[in-house]
Write a protein that binds this ligand. Sequence first.
Ligand SMILES: Cc1ncc(COP(=O)(O)O)c(C=O)c1O
Length: 394
Amino acid sequence: MRVRLLDLSEQYRSLEKEIRVATDEVLASQRFILGPKLTEFETAAAEYCGAPHAIGVSSGTDALLAVFMALEIGLGDAVITTAYSFFANGGCIARVGATPVFIDIEPETYNISASALWQYIDKRCHVVEGKLVNENRQLIRALVPAHLFGLCCDMNEMLAVAREHNLVLIEDAAQAIGAEFLLENGRAKAGTIGDAGCFSFYPSKNLGAAGDAGLIVCHHDEFADRLRLCRQHGMEARYEHEFVGGNFRLDELQAAILKVKLPHLDSWSAARREAAKFYTSEFERADVRERIRLPIEPYAKSGLMNHHIYHQYVIRTPERDALREHLATCEIETAIYYPLALHEQPCFEYLGYKPGDFPEAERAAHETLALPIYPEISRDAQRYVVNCIAEFFG
Ligand SMILES: Cc1ncc(COP(=O)(O)O)c(C=O)c1O
């Protein structure tokens, strides 16, 4: 039996007619950039997330980049982020000329560790004229936690750090649209807790476009206006550029498709949660729970529906590479998110990190394996995956 890591063909079939109508409208209008479909999608996305402003952009990477550019983060600044995530966070910090500062992760959730973060600030930073400065005399401007695999970071802690040290809190919610977190003052969705939230609609995301697409949500009117300028090269009046931005626009075709898909997102995330639950029960049945670590659900008892949206179902074992090879021979696709921690990336060698600096991130990079998961995955396919894993551990 062949099991794909992700198969969206059934999802497309169920929405094909609506998507074709929506894209035909765009084609008939011949309006491709900054038109009504974008406004409609932004309004719907803002309402879905519970944020006053949503700004469609060209990708999740560009969402992060636009936020950093709009904040004028640059040379002499440092930005704190997780050591274990997709490259975009570190890459965008470096692209604006700032220095990425990595922090180790929690081994159970793979999200940034609040205790490691406090420790970095206590041991390696000091406050100068009310501002947080690190040992390299860089001004720490922002904190960028990433909600990895569809599970929110501990945002109570992230808010506490950001407030205490006056840092801009930017959520990398690329993998977590719709995921919820219980704050001290009530529930909130990923991306709306900090000063800005960045989303990716890369086709494999829970809400996927038919190409690259992204979104920024934020609370402040002025910042939203600035981000709208930023996605058009900082242009206010035609061909008058207030500041340097980029071409970060979300086009009409992508916006039209995303608008059709958005109303289905919660049911897709619920189906992913059901699939995750089934994996867990099957691993119990197959008696391999002792051999692998399964994803945890730290907020399951919070009463939040989307306490986890299972963008990925990630298991871990020190025998990861051999297990992956075995699964490949069983025609089961898997993925490694991510084979290197960010401080191990060749392009970040200049930052001077050493092996062992972030042991949990490094270990995760060697041990984690993402199993096939998507809303329509069949229970037969999942049972087969679990049986093949059980066979490997024999
Ligand atoms: C955690 C995280 N951040 C940022 C991004 C960047 O998004 P995009 O691929 O849309 O540029 C991704 C996408 O893979 C991601 O997973």
